[in-house]
Design a protein. Structure first.
Length: 154
C-alpha cells in the first residue's frame, strides 16, 4: 500500500532536485533578464519543495487502496533532451515539468491524509510556475508566443 506512495514521493523529490538544477542553470546561462528572474525564482521554489518533500511519509497520505496504481502514468520531470540548447526549448521543458508536477501533486492531494492541503498547495504552485513560463513567452520577442508543452512532440 505505501510502496506506491513512497515511490511517488521519491520521484517528486528527485525531480524537484533536477528541476532546481535545471532552472538555476538556465538562470545563470541566459542573457534575457526576464527569463533569468523567472528561472531563478522557480529554481528557488524547487529548493523549498525539496525541503518539504523530504519530511513527508506515506503515513501522511491516506486513502490508498492499491500499491500505487494512481502513479503509474504520472511522469514528472525533465528528460535530458539536446533540444534544450535554446531558451525556447528550455521554457517548453520547464512548462512540461510544471504540468507534470501539477498532475502528480493533484493525485497525491486527492488521496487525502494530513498532507493533502500541502499537495494542493504544491499543485497550485506548479500552476503558477507554468503561468510564469507562459508569460515569459508572451513578453519576449525571442520566445515562441505559444510554447510547446507536455510530453508530446519534443
Amino acid at each position: 500500500m505505501g510502496d506506491g506512495i513512497q515511490k511517488a514521493l521519491d520521484v517528486g523529490l528527485e525531480r524537484a532536485r533536477q528541476a532546481e538544477a535545471f532552472y538555476k542553470g538556465w538562470a545563470q546561462r541566459t542573457d534575457d533578464p526576464a527569463a533569468r528572474d523567472v528561472f531563478g525564482e522557480i529554481g528557488a521554489a524547487k529548493h523549498g519543495q525539496q525541503q518539504v518533500l523530504e519530511h513527508i511519509t506515506p503515513a501522511d497520505v491516506a486513502g490508498v487502496s492499491s500499491g500505487g496504481a494512481p502513479f503509474e502514468s504520472a511522469k514528472l520531470g525533465f528528460t535530458r533532451r539536446p533540444a534544450q540548447e535554446t531558451l525556447g526549448a528550455a521554457v517548453a521543458a520547464g512548462l512540461a515539468c510544471e504540468e507534470a508536477s501539477e498532475r502528480l501533486y493533484g493525485q497525491l492531494a486527492g488521496l487525502g491524509g494530513e498532507a493533502s492541503a500541502l499537495f494542493r498547495a504544491l499543485a497550485s504552485e506548479a500552476r503558477a510556475h507554468a503561468a510564469r513560463l507562459r508569460g515569459l513567452c508572451a513578453a519576449s520577442s525571442e520566445l515562441p508566443a505559444k510554447p510547446a508543452s507536455g510530453e508530446r512532440g519534443k
